[in-house]
Design a protein around this ligand. Structure first.
Ligand SMILES: [Zn+2]
Length: 165
């Protein structure tokens, strides 16, 4: 079966807001997930790859304008940067307080670039103390200052999917 058919077979359209609700497996974060070639993939990213001018290799993120992680209506998705993704999640209170390694590196980089601790705390949805501890290397001591381009690090809930599958 074509990928698109597989996707649409598990979508229920919500009449009131137009969301395409994924009825298959979900990640811990509520995102639709699908096994493809032996890998768990985010459904909204698969849809974005089909419908939006978005390249998975670009490092850009696919954001939900409707704020519903299980939705995969391409009209509700938009392409954004890592920063926009974090700011978006933080603003909507969707961000867990658990930072990823890539976030920590980004926080250190932005602090060095002159952003205030308060600014970063809001952006990443953590307390100012957390930012300070990261900056002083009281936490996340093992991390290097720089990381190769690995944007996938900041969207890891697929691990939990693998456990529950
Ligand atoms: Zn939607």
């Amino acid at each position: 079966m074509l990928l698109l058919e597989r996707l649409l077979a598990r979508v229920v359209r919500n009449e009131s807001d137009g969301c395409w609700i994924w009825t298959g497996a979900h990640t811990a974060g509520g995102y639709g997930a699908l096994w493809l070639d032996g890998e768990a993939r985010y459904v909204h990213r698969l849809v974005a790859a089909l419908f939006l001018p978005w390249d998975e290799m670009s490092g850009k993120y696919v954001l939900h304008m409707c704020d519903r992680p299980s939705c995969c209506n391409p009209n509700h998705l938009r392409v954004g940067s890592h920063q926009e993704n974090m700011a978006d999640a933080s603003a909507k209170g969707r961000l867990s307080k658990k930072l990823q390694a890539a976030d920590v590196i980004e926080i250190r980089r932005l602090r060095a670039a002159g952003h205030t601790q308060q600014d970063l705390a809001e952006r990443f949805g953590v307390s100012r103390t957390t930012v300070q501890q990261i900056e002083r290397r009281e936490t996340w001591r093992h991390l290097p200052d720089e990381m190769e381009e690995t944007p996938k690090l900041s969207c890891s809930p697929l691990d939990s999917l693998a456990e529950s599958a």
